[in-house]
Design a protein around this ligand. Structure first.
Ligand code: PDD
Length: 287
């Protein structure tokens, strides 16, 4: 059955949805995006994603295509029309289609931004078997641009990173810059020592994960210590546990880094507990 997707004010079957070849998202990767998860037919952390989208748009001087309330209504309509119980909603805003190719930004009065949303049905997302086993990561150099705090659609290097991981028999890659881990290809990275959670501090070096913010808040509420600082791959390999967070993986234990087993090589106590708390609390707060 084909999905109903949203394109610039219209709900359409996916095969009827069309974007201009001159769209700057297509030609210049001049676009930003958000991924919001759906649990129990409700949106997880919608507010956080909407606020970060506004920030990404502002940082790139891009016009907002809809208000937060309008976006919420579109998200809900898509969940409803596609019968999503567990899955994701992908949203993308680009600087529109000026009708030709030009490096200069078009006048937003003449070229409205493009807004596209679609659902991804993922039954069993919360009960992902990978969370019981943990995942393996490799480390690669972080050669992305310097504004990783903006959630742009420039995802070529993260895609290459995932392919490098796959080729090496791993599940994902952690990015390393000047000897320190920045983040995962599409997630934030953490290590655990005792009951202390260590993760890189927020800056333009990493995406300010919405799941990260929630998980750190829950960790503090559960009397765990949180230290926001740089760490190396060597420190991670020596840690008791490691994990990643994102809207699509929630909290996912990492059990191997560059072939070195973390702790016992199985998920420890902290990451699975944080996953449990995150899922429970997020579901309660979902809209
Ligand atoms: N990725 N860091 C990067 C580079 C990311 O792409 C993501 C999200 C995160 C985690 O952010 P959040 O917790 O807000 O999802 C961190 C999404 C899920 C994606 O590209 O599919």
């Amino acid at each position: 059955m084909s999905r109903i997707v949203y394109v610039n004010g219209e709900y359409l079957p996916e095969e009827d949805a069309k974007i201009s070849i001159f769209d700057r998202g297509f030609l210049m990767a001049d676009g930003v995006y958000e991924v919001t998860s759906v649990l129990d037919g409700k949106l997880v952390d919608f507010e956080g994603h909407a606020v970060r989208l506004e920030r990404s748009l502002t940082e790139l001087d891009m016009a907002a295509p809809a208000t937060k309330d309008e976006l919420l209504a579109i998200h809900r309509e898509l969940v409803e029309r596609n019968g999503i119980v567990e899955g994701m909603i992908y949203l993308q805003v680009t600087r529109g289609a000026p009708g030709d190719r030009d490096f200069a930004f078009p006048d937003p009065e003449e070229t409205p931004s493009t807004l596209v949303l679609f659902t991804q049905n993922k039954p069993g997302l919360a009960d992902n078997p990978a969370a019981k086993k943990g995942i393996k990561v490799i480390s690669i150099e972080d050669i992305r641009w310097g504004r990783r705090d903006i959630k742009t659609v420039q995802l070529l290097y993260p895609s290459m990173g995932k392919m490098m991981a796959k080729k090496a028999g791993a599940d994902d890659a952690w990015l390393v810059e000047d000897g320190f881990v920045t983040e995962g290809t599409s997630n934030n990275a953490y290590i655990v020592k005792g009951r202390k959670i260590i993760t890189r501090a927020l800056s333009s070096d990493i995406l300010h994960g919405i799941t990260r913010a929630a998980v750190l808040r829950f960790a503090k509420e559960a009397q765990m210590e949180v230290e926001e600082r740089n760490f190396t791959i060597e420190e991670a390999q020596d840690a008791d546990e490691a994990f990643i967070t994102s809207a699509s993986t929630f909290v996912m234990p990492v059990v191997e880094i560059d072939g070195a087993q973390i702790g016992t090589g199985t998920p420890g106590e902290v990451a699975p507990r944080l996953r449990e708390i995150y899922l429970e609390e997020s579901l309660k707060a979902a809209v």
